[in-house]
Design a binder for this molecule. Structure first.
Ligand SMILES: [Zn+2]
Length: 405
């Protein structure tokens, strides 16, 4: 008996999840369209959408004409059902952004951390940032479905512990630290490259593809590998550490302790260090990595040294992308992150040429190389999708399923 009850409940959850996700991504839709597009019977669609309306997850959104019959009622996810917060813990600062359920950005704060991401400072910045976005919008804390946090490194879950060797985070108990600092909202964590990947797959340059690699290039380098629509995680969720694949045997020292990693050449820190050496050790103008990288890109128009450093960077990135193409056969490679956008904005044709020169002809021919469409906020947008993904998967309010956790 118990087994049968579970099966019925699973089926109900599956149907709720399927219809809710359909309405979230493709709504507004009529019940008729929902039935056609999901293959569920008209009776099931009618029952399940009735429940979802009663639970206030979805609302009516006007009428659409039908051929000859009565006009059909359109349904969509209620943007006012709740709000979500997305947090980008980067190496140069913490971004906190508040969204409604239609993913409209209601508020954003950005706290630079010039000294780097010390765990205690990050916890303070997150706590302060969450309070600030709630205050500035007068959004009630009770309306928050969840807070997603994108972090550098690998996330071990429940409770979330972060391992980010390159920035000296060895087993940082970030979830517990946030709880100890007074955060009571439902929390969700993932690697920043993976949240960027989810944002681009849902709303940006990855939309419509089943096989893609979304690359995050900031101070460090990471990637989200999407195979058949799902992020490839590996045995302990650390898959996608593209930045620490070897691009030059016995090459430059990397922050991870190894030598010749892609990150040591194509991460912002590696690019700027190569530029500094090319300038005979002379300082690069700019107060932080972002303004220094902007200075390098701007200088390339008149400085041969700057142009050469950028050309070489495009070469390393292109070779790294060719490795991704040969390994994963993606339809699309999306280049994002603040440094990826700064370099890619100017060097995309050179990056494509270098990728072509190093990749096998056939898989290169089916892969397009594009820039990220969601800009510098993509990690935060993706982090905010973590509670939404939990809601779509369960077909239910994530506040209920995570309240006990
Ligand atoms: Zn490395």
């Amino acid at each position: 008996m118990a087994a049968k009850r579970t099966t019925v409940r699973d089926l109900r959850r599956h149907n709720r999840s399927m219809l809710l996700a359909k309405l979230f991504f493709d709504g507004p839709l009529s019940r008729h369209e929902l039935s056609q597009q999901t293959g569920l019977s008209a009776a099931t669609v009618s029952n399940v959408t009735g429940e979802l309306v009663a639970d206030r997850l979805i609302v009516e959104a006007g009428l659409v004409e039908s051929d000859g019959g009565r006009p059909r009622v359109l349904l969509r996810v209620d943007p006012a059902f709740g709000n979500v917060i997305g947090i980008d813990v980067g190496e140069t600062g913490v971004k906190v952004e508040l969204f409604d359920l239609a993913m409209n950005r209601l508020a954003a704060v950005d706290h630079p951390m010039p000294a780097g991401p010390d765990p205690a400072a990050v916890v303070e910045q997150i706590t302060a940032g969450v309070a600030e976005v709630l205050d500035s919008t007068q959004v009630d804390e009770g309306s928050i479905l969840g807070v997603g946090v994108g972090v550098p490194g690998t996330v071990e879950r429940s409770p979330a512990v972060v391992h980010a060797q390159t920035i000296g985070w060895e087993g940082v108990a970030l979830e517990q630290m946030l709880r100890d600092n007074g955060i009571t909202l439902p929390l969700f964590f993932d690697n920043g490259a993976k949240t960027l990947g989810q944002a681009e797959m849902w709303f940006g340059a990855g939309r419509g593809s089943r096989h893609a690699v979304i690359a995050l290039i900031g101070s460090g380098v990471g990637a989200a590998v999407i195979t058949d629509g799902t992020t490839y995680r590996g045995s302990t969720s650390s898959a996608g550490e593209w930045g620490h694949t070897t691009i030059v045997y016995n090459g430059r020292e990397c922050r991870c302790g190894s030598h010749g990693c892609l990150e040591a050449y194509a991460g912002a820190e590696g690019i700027l260090d190569r530029y500094r050496k090319a300038r005979g050790g002379k300082d690069i103008p700019g107060a932080d990595e972002q303004s220094q990288l902007d200075a390098l890109v701007a200088a390339a128009a008149k400085s041969k040294t700057a142009a050469r450093v950028l050309e070489e960077t495009a070469g390393y990135l292109g070779a790294g992308i060719a490795n991704l193409i040969n390994l994963f056969n993606p339809e699309r490679i999306v280049l994002g992150g603040w440094a990826g956008l700064a370099i890619g904005g100017r060097m995309l044709p050179a990056i494509r040429r270098a990728a072509q020169a190093h990749a096998l002809r056939h898989p290169y021919g089916v892969a397009s190389i594009e820039l990220c469409q969601l800009g510098q906020d993509a990690v935060a947008v993706g982090a905010a999708t973590l509670p939404v993904a939990a809601m779509l998967e369960e077909g239910a309010d994530p506040r209920e399923s995570t309240a006990a956790a």
